[in-house]
Design a protein around this ligand. Structure first.
Ligand SMILES: Cc1cc2nc3c(=O)[nH]c(=O)nc-3n(C[C@H](O)[C@H](O)[C@H](O)COP(=O)(O)OP(=O)(O)OC[C@H]3O[C@@H](n4cnc5c(N)ncnc54)[C@H](O)[C@@H]3O)c2cc1C
Length: 387
């Protein structure tokens, strides 16, 4: 997909490749085994100047859009899925902050992010509303110059490790309509913020995607993003495109890595009785070709959706929605098929392919889930309201 990358983006991708090879890949197995947040990966990405990917250039960032997000996240994900997810959620949080940042928010958040001194994340999910993440039951009350926030957020990636969290809440306005919500930046260390049990996932284990408790958490009024109650814009204008492209790139990298491990194994595995390798067997060649074309078709859709999104094309929405749905199907299929092709070697506890198989399973359930994306894509194609 190099033809879609500007020379600046190719240079950034080269930087990401170096960090991925030197720092991120060597730590990936331990990050998964220990369910450890990938601190060294995130520090290396910060030192390489990649945390400011979506900060405007005038604030010291790279001012990149969706194609940039896909290219860099995919590169990181080829080395470690969990690192890609933490980086991706940081990027989505940054894009949300950058979309309507006040001057103070630019100084307090975007400039430090561009300087590699601040990691953020996104905190939308709640157990009550489940995958309907455009809703929130977390409450907001005004008291003096602060908001008091009460609620429990689930699955907050980089929970307890990021410097700030973009948190959705109900609007505090008495006349608020159901579904109207507000959005705040909650700093790590805010009084009233605590973390519940550590994350122990089936896959995507190194993300610290844990629950955040907000118990009268005192958040300064200046940390409100946009105007109170107006944040429905941000779900469909910013979160949906950035989140879906970020997740598409993360899970695409899993599918590509599984495919390349399968190819390597087919070439390497040789039978002593015949001297033949698995790569010489026609039925396995046939299966490999099917896996390859699934990955290539999905990758083409993901990059094209990102390009359409950056161009503000009217046809971008169904492509963006279906990218994540399609990636989820490809990643779960290809990791599963690769496990079969690679036989018993791949089935060892914590073997690389086994890890990818577990990681890929999160793709369908990360909201918007595959079920919802297909409904929304169809509604968008039919000219119906998404919700
Ligand atoms: C590794 C990981 C990291 C995450 N990181 C973050 C994060 O950083 N920030 C964050 O805010 N959230 C995060 N999440 C949460 C995630 O985005 C979802 O909100 C969460 O997984 C939804 O789970 P649930 O069990 O409540 O789903 P449920 O809502 O109970 O859904 C269960 C199933 O029912 C289907 N379903 C439910 N309602 C409908 C419907 N109306 N129509 C059709 N199908 C429906 C869903 O598609 C799904 O298959 C993360 C999740 C994971 C697994």
């Amino acid at each position: 997909m190099d033809h879609m990358l500007t020379s600046r983006l190719r240079a950034l991708r080269d930087v990401a490749e170096t960090v991925a090879a030197d720092v991120i890949a060597p730590a990936a197995e331990a990050v998964d085994r220990e369910a450890a947040w990938p601190e060294r990966s995130m520090r290396a990405l910060a030192e390489a100047g990649l945390l400011g990917l979506h900060v405007p250039r005038r604030l010291g960032g790279e001012g990149q859009g969706l194609v940039g997000l896909v290219a860099i996240t995919e590169t990181i994900g080829n080395a470690c899925s969990s690192s890609a997810l933490c980086f991706a959620m940081h990027c989505v949080g940054t894009a949300v902050i950058a979309s309507k940042a006040t001057l103070e928010q630019q100084e307090r958040y975007l400039e430090p992010i561009a300087a590699g001194a601040h990691v953020t994340s996104l905190s939308l999910s709640e157990s009550g509303v489940g995958s309907h993440v455009y809703l929130s039951e977390t409450t907001l009350r005004r008291e003096g110059g602060n908001f008091l926030v009460d609620g429990v957020k689930q699955f907050v990636t980089s929970g307890g490790h990021a410097d700030s969290y973009v948190v959705s809440t109900m609007s505090s306005a008495v006349e608020a309509e159901p579904g109207e919500f507000s959005c705040l930046i909650v700093d790590a260390g805010t009084p009233g913020l605590s973390w519940l049990a550590p994350w122990q996932g089936l896959g995507m284990r190194g993300n610290s995607s844990r629950a955040m408790k907000l118990d009268g958490a005192r958040v300064p009024y200046e940390n409100l993003l946009g105007d109170e109650g107006d944040q429905v814009w941000y779900v469909f204008d910013v979160v949906v495109p950035y989140f879906l492209m970020a997740m598409s790139a993360t899970y695409l990298s899993i599918a590509r890595t599984a495919l390349s491990l399968a190819m390597q194994h087919l070439r390497d595995r040789r039978f002593s009785h015949s001297g033949e390798t698995l790569a010489d067997i026609p039925i396995l060649q046939h299966e490999l070709a099917g896996m390859w074309v699934a990955v290539e078709k999905t990758r083409a859709l993901v990059y094209e959706a990102a390009r359409l999104g950056d161009a503000g094309d009217v046809d971008a929405l169904p492509a963006i929605l279906m990218s994540k749905a399609d990636v989820a199907e490809t990643a779960t299929r290809v990791t599963n098929d690769a496990m079969t092709l690679c036989g018993g070697m791949a089935y060892r506890e914590n073997a690389h392919l086994a890890r990818l198989l577990r990681d890929a399973r999160a793709s369908h359930v990360m909201a918007p889930t595959t079920h919802m994306l297909k409904q929304w894509a169809a509604r968008s194609l039919l000219g119906q309201p998404l919700l």
